[in-house]
Design a protein around this ligand. Sequence first.
Ligand code: FES
Ligand code: FES
Length: 306
Amino acid sequence: MMTLSRREVLCGGLATGAVLASGGLSAAGCGNQVVPAPFVDVTTLPGDPAALDLDPASMSFGQLAVRLAALPDLEPIGGAVTLRLPKLTPGTLPFALPPSILFVHRGAPGDPQEYIATDATCPHAGCPLGYAPEDRLIECPCHGSRFRATTDPGGCVGQVVHLPAPSALRAYGVDASGDPLLINLSVDVCAAAGAPTVVGGQITLALADVPELAMVGGSKVFPSVNGFPDPIVLVRQDAMTVDALDAKCTHLGCTVAFNPTRMDLECPCHGSTYDLTGQVTHPPAPLPLRKLPVSFDGTTIIVTVG
Ligand code: FES
Ligand code: FES
C-alpha cells in the first residue's frame, strides 16, 4: 500500500512542481517539511569571521563580511544558516537593517548564484524560513509559503511562488569573489532591478518603457518602488487616462492586481475587490486603497506619491 507523507497529503504531492511549471501562485494550504536554517549570531562567532562595516568612509560601508570557515552548515551545496545581525541605534546606517538574514549555499562553485542572502522571516506571520534544496526554494515551515531562490527568466530571488505570503523577501547582493564574502544589506537587488524611483515626491515613467500600458485596459504592478513603502498598480483606463493606486490590500497586505474583464482591482489572498477609485466593492478589506494623482499627456506618466 502506498503511504503518503503529511506534505503529500496536504499539498496533493504536486503543489510545488505545479506552481513552478505554471510560473504562477498557488494558495493551497499545505505546510512544508523544511526546517528553519540554524541560527548564528554574527557578533558571537570566534576570530572575527563576520563583521558589519559601520565606517561611513569605507567602500564596504553597511556590508556584512562573512568568513565561510566559521559556518560549517554552509559548506555543502544546499546548506543554509540564519545570520542574526546586531541591533543598531536607529540612524547608524542610512537604511533599515533586517534583524536576521537567510544565507544559502545554493549552487555549485562558480555558479553566479552560488550564494544567496534574503530576509530570514516569513512576511506572512513571521516564522523563520529554511531552504529546501530538493525544491530549490526558500520555504516556510508554518503555512506553506515558498519563495524563489534563483533568478530564473522573469523572476528574482525572494519572489513569492506559493501563498499565503503577501509579499516578497528582500534579496541582498552577495559578492563571493573573495574571502570573506560580502553581503550588501543596503539594496534589495530584485526590487532595484526595474523598480521606479520617487524623485521630488513623484514617479515619472515614459509610456514607451511600460508597454503593458500601451493599450486601453492594460495594467502594470510595480511590486517595489524606490522611495515608496508599498507596491503600486497602474491601469490604462482610456486613451488619456492612467489610474494609479497604492496596491497594498488594506486587509492583510497582499498586492492587488487589475482584472480587465471586471475592470476592478482584486486581491489574490482573500478575495477583496476595489473599484478604480479605490473604494472597496467586496470585503474583507476594511478600507479603500489610496488613489494616487496622475498626470498623463499621452507619452509621459507622472504619479504623485508625496
Ligand atoms: S508564517 Fe510563513 S506561511 Fe505563514
Ligand atoms: S489581504 Fe486579505 S483580502 Fe487582501
